[in-house]
Write a protein that binds this ligand. Structure first.
Ligand SMILES: Nc1nc2c(ncn2[C@@H]2O[C@H](COP(=O)(O)OP(=O)(O)O)[C@@H](O)[C@H]2O)c(=O)[nH]1
Ligand SMILES: [Mg+2]
Length: 317
């Protein structure tokens, strides 16, 4: 490794904000050398506890993140935030007041905030988010919060890197049913019913508790709780912090943290290999072959299955 690279690595692991920012940009844009950087950083990762916060747009994820970050930083903890949300206050999508409030926390000494755009493929985004987490992890963060807007597959994928996943819902009708449909029930370690200042909050919380009660017990021996918060008034957020710490301790005491992380890493390696194979496989020659044959396939002169088998077994390099 070049001495310049070594210096860069050292700066990242000693939590130098400018170097972290530079590393994140490198990784996000898949610049040359980003993979060797990640290779070097890997041995410094694994110390941060990763928290995923997901839920519908406007549920209060950023507001709650803001509260949690303040609590953590107030206790001398180092925190990284990754916001994957086009309407995130970090990226300027939200109301001005919210935006200013959120940017404040980025100025705190031990806090690093990064927003990531939802451009490109979801798979690509997921890879970037996990890699950004690794960079922050290596930089010595105690906690990393990943905020994702819960509308599709992305939050399910991103749950694959989180140690603790929080699903945020609001007392609007149909929300809990929606959450069940979207598969959010499967990934939640903690349910938060935010905007509890609104009417009907108790009823929805009770419904959620009933739904959870019907579920088979979690593989990790953990009981999911439903917490009520009013993020905009900083209410219930200390209880949420306590619940996160309780979940962290539970995973550590039972050894499930290692199992969970092994599963995450297995998934990551499968994705990595699939991705590399795909890029290698679809070289110019094979793409050309596909472009040529698509005509015949469309005209029913041959079928996609025969073509797929043929191209896989062909020796084109
Ligand atoms: N009434 C009420 N409003 C809230 C609460 N929490 C957040 N908000 C507001 O809801 C809006 C969306 O919040 P935000 O955190 O940006 O939601 P996100 O899209 O999930 O990140 C903002 O205007 C917040 O001020 C709450 O507990 N009660
Ligand atoms: Mg947000």
């Amino acid at each position: 490794m070049k001495s310049l690279d070594k210096l860069f690595i050292n700066k990242i692991i000693s939590s130098d904000k400018r170097s972290i920012a530079k590393a994140l940009t490198k990784v996000e844009n898949e610049e040359a050398g980003s993979e060797s950087l990640l290779k070097e950083l890997y041995k410094f990762t694994g110390k941060a506890h990763r928290i995923g916060i997901t839920g519908p747009p406007g549920a209060g994820k950023s507001t709650l993140t803001n509260c949690l970050v303040k609590l953590m930083a107030g206790n001398g903890l180092k925190v990284g935030v990754i916001a994957v949300d086009p309407t995130s206050p970090y990226t300027g999508g939200a109301l001005l007041g919210d935006r200013i409030r959120m940017q404040e926390i980025g100025l705190l000494e031990n806090v690093f905030i990064r927003s990531m755009a939802t451009r490109g493929s979801l798979g690509g985004l997921c890879k970037s988010v996990v890699e950004a987490c690794d960079v922050m992890d290596a930089s010595g963060k105690d906690f990393i919060i990943i905020e994702t807007v819960g509308v599709g597959q992305s939050e399910l994928d991103i749950a694959q890197t989180a140690d603790t996943t929080i699903v945020v819902l609001v007392p609007e009708s149909g929300d809990s049913v929606q959450a069940m449909k979207a598969g959010l029930m499967e990934i939640a370690d903690i349910f938060v019913l935010n905007k509890s200042d609104r009417e009907g909050a108790d009823g929805v919380a009770a419904t959620l508790r009933n739904i959870i009660h019907l579920k088979p017990p979690s593989r990790y021996g953990w009981t999911i709780n439903v917490l009520k918060t009013t993020g905009s008034q900083n209410k219930g957020t200390e209880e949420l912090m306590d619940e996160i710490l309780k979940h962290k301790e539970h995973l550590e005491e039972t050894g499930f943290i290692k199992i969970k992380r092994k599963e995450h890493l297995t998934k990551k390696i499968l994705d990595l290999v699939n991705n590399k194979l795909e890029i290698k496989f679809w070289n110019d020659k094979r793409r050309k072959e596909l472009n040529e044959e698509i005509e015949f396939i469309t005209d029913r002169k041959t079928d996609p299955y025969t073509f797929a088998e043929k191209i896989i077994s062909s020796q084109v390099i």
